[in-house]
Design a protein around this ligand. Sequence first.
Ligand SMILES: CC(C)(COP(=O)(O)OP(=O)(O)OC[C@H]1O[C@@H](n2cnc3c(N)ncnc32)[C@H](O)[C@@H]1OP(=O)(O)O)[C@@H](O)C(=O)NCCC(=O)NCCS
Length: 280
Amino acid sequence: MTITAPEPLSAGPAPLGETQAPVKLWLCPNDALPPAIAADLASHWLDEREHKTAARFLFERDRRQYLVAHTLVRRALALEAGLAEAELVIWRSSRGRPFLQPLPGGLPRGGDHLDFNLSHAGGYSLLGIVRRHRIGVDVEGLGRDAQALQTILTTFTPEEQQWVAGAARGRERDRRVLRLWTLKEAYSKARGLGLGLPFDEFCFTLADDRGVLAFRPPADDPAGRWRFLELEPVPDVLAAVAVPADEHGAPLLELHHGFPWSRATPHTIALPEPVGATHG
Ligand SMILES: CC(C)(COP(=O)(O)OP(=O)(O)OC[C@H]1O[C@@H](n2cnc3c(N)ncnc32)[C@H](O)[C@@H]1OP(=O)(O)O)[C@@H](O)C(=O)NCCC(=O)NCCS
């Protein structure tokens, strides 16, 4: 795996207490799970709703992506929470955001609250897990067609559109569009709003190579300040993570690659300094 990310801190997990638990991020290529194994795990682990969704895909490629993503979610949450994969109850908000149902006595492992968010695209699944606050993640492959990128661009703020126009046409410009898009999706997914939040109501100022320099949140943002991480964990695969910059959780992220068969040693990455504004 090539990791082009901000400063790796160490190769091993940091010795942190529960209240300082780092963000966990899993990047799983579809190739990490052979189709027959994914289907077998899914048959045991997924719930009725997931089985129905999987059955509806017209193309086998899309079904495979879905099965890898959803077995990844159940396996990683099971490890994190200390529950069996099939026992996890996942419910969805009215806007479609999945949540792990809390247990009355708390989780066997990991306190009483876990939040997670999933993205799957272009042969990759990206899963973020945090304790005690919210997370949003997004993964996109470079190589979207020009018309799709042009449509995406029209949803941005005038400042963001201007920044994109400052890059040479082609890969450099496409990269700028997709960097903004993954960050915007990660932010609105952390808030549970998905595409229900107009993307021109909040604005990112990005460094030319990587990193968020400034963030203007939408007026209704209850947190105001956020940590955003941009990653290119594999060449031409862009990922973004958004977590509120509150007192919960250490500003560290553990990046795991592949399917979580076991507790492999992750790469530890420092999350960038918070950006944004405090309302009120
Ligand atoms: C969330 C959304 C932005 C995903 O965009 P995408 O780039 O196509 O897909 P991604 O792969 O990045 O993310 C998909 C995953 O995000 C998660 N998700 C779905 N809705 C979400 C939301 N509102 N907030 C956060 N995460 C959400 C799900 O896990 C979903 O995967 P799954 O359906 O296989 O479980 C988009 O689907 C959306 O806006 N959905 C909400 C639609 C809506 O508002 N419906 C209202 C019904 S009244």
